[in-house]
Design a protein around this ligand. Structure first.
Ligand SMILES: [Zn+2]
Ligand SMILES: [Zn+2]
Length: 441
């Protein structure tokens, strides 16, 4: 069955003969357009970086994406699946290529120290005051998206087909791709022949891109646990059921799922990212709340882990003579794994090698991050998401020295991509990908 589909896919993405890349002859033209657009794109990046918006609140970002696409001649539909924006540019016969960027920022208070650092503050979904930051680089994604639209429209005599540019909201909460699909992205508009997206990478220098063939990113589940006890005086624990001690036990129990229950060859992460309980030193509270992120790469393992979380929480409560805890898997935020179409990925990374040089295109193992771009692939569209190096070369080199410590990861308050060169490589590779699929020979 699996081989049958692989064969079909190979037949569908017919690679040109060696030396016949449709994109390669246009390298100089792409570079020239990027050089011309670069100062304005950096300005756009700085604006987006200074004005981040949380998931489901991407009003200004979406308006800007709609404005930019309209300005270069796309037919734009705003407010599609929430704040989603769909831009179509028809340029003769040929396949339809979806290029997707996500727009949302994170509840993180920026600590990069850059002069254009975000100062935005707001309330998160739980009502807590928080800073807002593009700590996942979606501002870079939006800027590369706009830059690619400009380059491809300027070079429209060199390709034939349809561009479907999708600016997606609410990626960080796993809702945006689903909302756009549920609103009819592939039925009201055309189902694209291919889908391409990039994502910033915090541990790769500017100038390089990385990719995985097949599985690229993990299944993501979000779980809320409310541990219930019986509150009372901190000096009279025997009159209470202490949910804080119980929470400590549950957090450690959860760590044995990956290490003791799941086959060690199947990667799994169970992270407790948030714990809240209590108000004062000498009061035992009634409850403690935990927020978990859970990663897996196989759907069967995902089921196993979610069941184990439920069982361990309830078993620990039973042992403590506490009421049964509430364990809620937020299915509305589930993000399925991202699986890159192998023939498409080989073809695009082949042209990336032509555009960036062999040494700058790096194949790597899948990571346990998640991305709802994978949902478009699960609709039967061959997709490829690749990773864009964003770290200044000197900073990257310093971090490779022994004892230097690790570079901050994505979502860190200190994640600081180098804008100009990162954007240039992002636009260059996205443009190369589209020209490879639509370019005139
Ligand atoms: Zn993210
Ligand atoms: Zn992201």
């Amino acid at each position: 069955m699996r081989h049958f589909f692989t064969l079909l896919a190979v037949a569908f993405v017919t690679a040109p003969a060696p030396g016949q890349s449709p994109a390669k002859p246009h390298l100089a033209a792409v570079d020239a357009r990027i050089a011309a657009e670069s100062p304005d794109l950096v300005k756009l990046y700085l604006h987006l970086h200074e004005n981040p918006e949380l998931s489901l609140f991407e009003v200004q970002s979406a308006a800007r994406m709609a404005k930019e696409l309209t300005a270069v001649g796309f037919a734009v539909t705003p407010d599609f699946g929430g704040h989603g924006v769909v831009g179509l540019f028809a340029n003769g016969p040929g396949p339809t290529i979806m290029v997707r960027a996500d727009m949302d920022a994170l509840p993180v208070t920026e600590q990069t120290g850059v002069p254009y650092a975000s100062k935005v503050r707001t309330r998160d979904r739980s009502g807590n005051d928080t800073g807002v930051m593009h700590a996942c680089g979606h501002d870079v994604h939006m800027t590369c998206f706009v830059g690619t639209a400009r380059v491809l429209v300027a070079l429209k005599d060199k390709w034939s087909g349809t561009l479907m540019f999708v600016a997606q909201p609410a990626e960080e909460v796993g809702m945006g791709a689903k909302a756009m699909l549920d609103a009819g992205l592939f039925t009201k508009f055309k189902k694209p022949d291919y889908g391409v997206a990039l994502h910033c990478e915090a541990r790769l220098p500017v100038g390089q891109v990385a990719y995985s063939e097949g599985l690229a990113l993990a299944n993501v589940d979000t779980v809320d646990v409310t541990i219930k006890g019986k509150g009372g005086h901190g000096a009279a624990p025997h009159t209470t059921v202490d949910p804080i001690v119980l929470a400590a036990k549950i957090i450690l129990d959860l760590q044995t799922i990956a290490s003791r229950e799941v086959n060690p060859t199947d990667p799994v992460v169970v992270t407790v990212g948030s714990i809240h309980g209590g108000t004062k030193h000498n009061i035992i509270p009634n409850e403690v709340k935990l927020q978990l992120t859970v990663r897996s790469t196989k759907d069967g393992v995902r089921d196993q882990v979610l069941k184990a979380i439920d069982r361990k929480c309830k078993a620990a409560a039973l042992g403590a003579n506490a009421p049964e805890p509430e364990v809620r898997v937020r299915l509305e935020e589930y993000t399925p794994s991202t699986i890159n179409d192998v023939p498409l990925t080989r073809r695009l990374t082949g042209v990336f090698r032509d555009f960036l040089g062999d040494a700058n295109v790096i194949e790597r193992a899948p990571i346990l991050g998640g991305e709802d771009f994978g949902r478009f692939g699960r609709e039967g569209v061959p997709i490829c998401m690749y990773f864009l190096g964003t770290i200044a070369p000197d900073k990257y080199a310093a971090a490779q020295r022994p004892g230097a410590g690790t570079l901050p990861s994505m979502h860190a308050d200190s994640f600081a991509p180098l804008p100009g060169p990162s954007i240039a490589v992002g636009v260059k590779t996205l443009s190369a990908a589209v020209l490879e699929l639509l370019g005139k020979k």
